[in-house]
Design a protein around this ligand. Sequence first.
Ligand SMILES: NC(=O)c1ccc[n+]([C@@H]2O[C@H](COP(=O)([O-])OP(=O)(O)OC[C@H]3O[C@@H](n4cnc5c(N)ncnc54)[C@H](O)[C@@H]3O)[C@@H](O)[C@H]2O)c1
Length: 330
Amino acid sequence: MAKVLMVGVGGMGSHHLECWRKMPDVQVAGICDVYPGRAQEKALDGEAVFTDMDDALAALPDIDLVDIAVPSYLHRALSCKALSHGLHTICEKPLALSYEDGKAIFDTARENGVCFMTAQVVRFMRPYAALREMIRDKRYGNVMRAAFRRLSGTPVWSWENWMLDEQKSGGVPFDLSIHDIDYIVSVFGMPDNITKHRATCSEEGYTDAYTVTMQYGAAQITAEAGWYNCAMPFCADFRVVCEKAVILYDGKQMTIYPRGHESVPVSVDLSAVHKSEVKGINLTSDDGYYEELSYFKECALNGKAPDFVPEKEVLAVLKLAEGKTDQPAF
Ligand SMILES: NC(=O)c1ccc[n+]([C@@H]2O[C@H](COP(=O)([O-])OP(=O)(O)OC[C@H]3O[C@@H](n4cnc5c(N)ncnc54)[C@H](O)[C@@H]3O)[C@@H](O)[C@H]2O)c1
């Protein structure tokens, strides 16, 4: 039985907690959150509660895995703390708000000989996994154009409103767009060229509209992400134009429109998938989180590197997000 310490049980951590509890070979040994009463409120019988991570690590010497889901500006400090205790660790995206901080986390994992993974969940979501296979095996020819989209109402629900503090969340480029940028880099590699457009407005609320255009030869791939100051529901979707088909995902259904043939709905079987009770957070679709945590657990317990989310890609994406496009591609 693998014992997990869950650190941070706001919107995302609460959902992780549900996923861990559904795994038959996992025991949630402890929950830590600085917000008074929050860990207590989330804990079930037998799950120890803490408001300080040092206390949790001291009280639970036989932990196997640590899951960090705290505000992004704390990722480096808390991940390195867990790794320095010799504990396998997964940390939410964005791994860090700079390449330097991200690299320090991976270096600490290496120095301590433990497994570390960034929770880039979109890689594990079934429509995106299906698309990756279609692009890789070129069954519809080369990609000519692709557009990924991820939009939501402005997140006003975070602890101490940290998400709307650019210094703490990195705003839309780091907090939201990074999902699609990471996916694009994982499928297509580093772009030949990249341009970014961003418009923000903080009057009577906060709107942050961001579009990244990545050029791969003649193919243009865009990632549009935004927080809009209105009650707009969250949406994440894609449109991929290949030589022999157009592939659409509208956030619920994925459909192939092959040249000269009838459209084909793609079965992305969500029947066995964990459904969340967590409200007040943008959950794209519920399938990826369980699978990402389960994959991390298997890698950690079997001494394997989590190659599905490789360090070189995570760090390359941080460079792109920082605007360090003069850095050499990996
Ligand atoms: N993968 C995804 O789809 C996704 C979605 C939302 C958020 N996230 C990421 O998850 C992370 C958390 O975001 P959130 O939406 O849950 O934020 P949140 O504000 O809802 O929750 C953060 C929690 O961390 C706690 N916390 C703060 N400092 C702490 C500390 N030192 N020790 C223990 N707990 C501490 C807070 O009390 C709060 O409960 C962020 O990095 C965010 O970018 C990922």
